[in-house]
Design a binder for this molecule. Structure first.
Ligand SMILES: [Zn+2]
Length: 210
């Protein structure tokens, strides 16, 4: 039975406490930038590299773990309906990212975006870094200490030989897909509904009772 449901409007963020053993559902039709802290010691936080190296893979799905820099399991993915992969290469979009790299980003990723029906990048005024920093501020987390996230529902095509990467055409299904994560410690979770350069949508977050 659901204990709480929260909508995160597009290009904004929210923070949640998820007690050990509880399950959190992230449901959406566009990217969720997802970060985790140990709620009892926020110096301990999600680490993209540990999560990849400790499990010998660059993609996570059902049965896989989110791991902290201290090599502790923070959350387990217990359900994943998305047909694509979730990104752990990219960091967060941000004001500086959109401002500084707007044109170059279009050169790198524009081909895929054109296929998705967008002729030009619509650079938002702010991005996921600002959203997460604002959401986590009341927990005394500095902007610079927001870790690179798990980008849920963001599929990148990575060339295994050259290392080049681009956005895939894969998207969540109409109506949305979801990922369920079980907290393996008392977690502070920050989530941003990524603006995705203008096409981002809201997310729905549910925390279930045990
Ligand atoms: Zn973003």
């Amino acid at each position: 039975m659901a204990s709480s449901e929260t909508v995160i409007p597009k290009n904004s963020g929210k923070a949640f406490i998820v007690k050990k053993g509880r399950i959190m559902r992230v449901h959406g039709e566009s990217t969720a930038d997802f970060v985790v802290f140990n709620a009892r010691d926020v110096d301990e936080r999600f680490d993209q590299a540990r999560t990849k190296v400790d499990q010998g893979k660059i993609y996570v799905t059902t049965g896989d773990l989110l791991i902290s820099k201290f090599n502790t399991v923070m959350m387990t993915i217990v359900e994943d309906t998305y047909e694509g992969t979730h990104d752990m290469e990219k960091g967060m979009c941000s004001t500086s990212f959109y401002k500084k790299w707007g044109d170059q980003i279009f050169e790198i990723y524009g081909e895929t975006w054109k296929k998705l029906g967008r002729e030009k990048v619509v650079a938002p005024k702010h991005g996921c870094w600002e959203n997460l920093a604002a959401a986590l501020k009341s927990y005394k987390i500095k902007k610079a200490d927001v870790p690179s996230p798990l980008n849920i529902f963001q599929t990148m095509v990575i060339d295994g030989v050259t290392g080049s990467m681009r956005y895939a055409m894969t998207r969540p299904r109409p109506g949305g897909d979801h990922m369920d994560l079980r907290a393996e410690m008392d977690c502070l979770v920050g989530i941003s509904a990524c603006p995705e350069g203008g096409r981002g949508k809201p997310l729905t977050i549910t925390i279930y009772d045990k």
